[in-house]
Design a protein around this ligand. Structure first.
Ligand code: AMP
Ligand code: MG
Length: 354
């Protein structure tokens, strides 16, 4: 299939109406369009059409028990897509929508099981990216959209990433430049008595607590090692994810120990004749050298770290390194979401530098 690329600047949407209408018509007709959101690029199809959801799974190579998130452009849509809206949902919606938060509800009958991976629950998000909103509105559809990467690969934060993974597999890709946040939405399950974070993201535990007074984590989110006895409640979280092609290890410890750890690991890998990549914070940029080096940003600027994370994993693939060593981060605030993605990308390969 030929994939059409639409170049649309976020600040010039009004002049791109014809392209947006064309992209929207692909969705309306049951086709697939990748588009930017404030979190990562999404791969969209009409979420109420079983066949469109099937196409999404196919294009991504995604296991069909891994449900899709429905994207809406008006919070009222929640009434139509769900069976029951608890009070805590209304509070969260007022506080964080539109924005990088996905809520899980009991689904209504109009949502096909193909979209929910066979579950009786549905994930819904009201994004704030103007291109995403315009595409949803012009298509007149609720757009089911997982991240627009091939299954298992790092989520796409630039249109080039989407083109690398999905060119020839989708009808169109909207290139709206770099995304803002760079990691996927916070997912909160509201189907039980207590709200549960199934996937950490930009909306943090503290932000949710400030609105609801209470929230807990799905036990699978808190793991820092592989444990097959604990099953993630968000089906997607159980799969190997976000992984670069080279073997990735995270190095943790206090500042000096981390530096020593890097030097030791780099030396050992070089002795084996391996090509080594490192992903480091600005604070360690000068002290660490390797065949390829990417600086994520200052360790005090977690927004930059999150923004650059997935792109850096893909860039390492382009450098063709054999092994990658990356700094680890504390679980404070946005650090929890960053570590959640990094641990999965590294297959929980965490090296403690003493
Ligand atoms: P992605 O769109 O690639 O960010 O993946 C969507 C994530 O949402 C996956 O981890 C899914 O498992 C999760 N998800 C979607 N729908 C549900 C649901 N009904 N219950 C629990 N998790 C869900
Ligand atoms: Mg994904």
């Amino acid at each position: 299939m030929d994939t059409e690329i639409f170049l649309i600047a976020t600040d010039n949407i009004d002049n791109c109406g014809a392209d947006l209408d064309k992209a929207a018509s692909y969705i309306k007709e049951g086709g697939l369009v990748a588009f930017p959101t404030e979190t990562v690029y999404g791969l969209g199809g009409n979420g109420l059409l079983a066949n469109a959801s099937k196409k999404i799974y196919e294009a991504k190579g995604r296991p069909s028990d891994n449900p899709l998130i429905l994207h809406i452009a008006d919070a009222k849509a929640v009434d139509e897509l769900t069976d029951y809206v608890p009070d805590m949902a209304k509070k969260l919606i007022d506080a964080f929508w539109p924005g990088p938060m996905t809520l899980i509800f009991k689904k209504s009958d109009i949502v096909p099981y193909e979209t929910t991976g066979g579950l009786d629950t549905v994930a819904i998000r009201y994004p704030m990216h103007p291109i995403a909103l315009e595409l949803i509105r012009r298509s007149g559809c609720y757009i089911a959209a997982p991240s627009a990467n091939l299954s298992g690969r790092p989520s796409p934060t630039k249109a080039e990433h989407v083109i690398t993974d999905l060119d020839g597999r989708v009808d169109a890709i909207i290139d709206g430049g770099d995304v803002d946040i760079g990691i996927e939405s916070t997912i909160i399950d509201l189907t039980g008595d207590r709200p549960v974070i199934l996937r950490p993201g930009f909306i943090t535990e503290d932000m949710i607590k400030s609105v609801l007074g209470d929230v807990c984590f799905d036990p699978a989110v808190l793991l820092d090692h592989a444990d097959s006895s604990i099953v993630a409640k968000a089906p997607g979280m159980k799969y190997k994810h976000y992984a670069p092609k080279a073997e990735l290890s995270l190095i943790e410890g206090d500042d000096l120990a981390v530096l020593a750890g890097f030097l030791k690991m780099i030396k050992e890998a070089k002795n084996k004749g391996l090509k080594v990549g490192v992903i480091v914070t600005k604070e360690h940029e000068d002290a660490i050298d390797a065949d390829a080096k990417i600086v994520l940003g200052s360790k005090n600027d977690l927004k930059s770290i999150a923004h650059n994370l997935f792109a850096s994993l893909r860039e390492m693939d382009d450098f063709g390194v054999d092994v990658i060593y990356c700094e680890s981060f504390s679980n404070e605030e946005l650090g929890r979401a960053i570590m959640n993605r990094l641990l999965k990308a590294a297959g929980y390969n965490l090296i403690s530098a003493e």
